[in-house]
Write a protein that binds this ligand. Structure first.
Ligand SMILES: [Zn+2]
Ligand SMILES: [Zn+2]
Length: 98
């Protein structure tokens, strides 16, 4: 079982508050990689130690991108965002005032 304060790649222990392993340079904080865009801020969610994808927005995590966690599945975020856009469309005042 993986230990939460040991580097996933080399197993070296790291101090709380570190961003990268000092032995091998691997990221030790599993952050969402969503960069944001013109309308949205970057997600920045700190994901679970073994998550390959962000639970908030569905982007890859830094661990997945660095190859520390493998997943046979691809990022599915586009589909999810389309679904959200459909919902927003239903909340348009044109529909809610009836
Ligand atoms: Zn390491
Ligand atoms: Zn995210």
């Amino acid at each position: 079982m993986a230990v939460e304060n040991a580097c996933l790649r080399c197993g070296a222990f790291f101090e709380k508050g570190s961003n990268y392993c000092t032995k091998c340079g691997a990221p030790v904080v599993n952050r969402c990689t969503d960069p944001g865009d013109l309308l949205n801020d970057p997600c920045g969610h700190i994901c679970g130690f073994q998550d390959a994808f962000c639970s908030k927005c569905g982007s890859e995590t830094t661990f997945k991108r660095a190859g520390l966690i493998r997943s046979p599945w691809k990022e599915n975020k586009v589909l999810y965002q389309n679904k959200l856009d459909d919902m927003k469309w239903l909340l348009h005042p044109f529909f809610t005032k009836w």
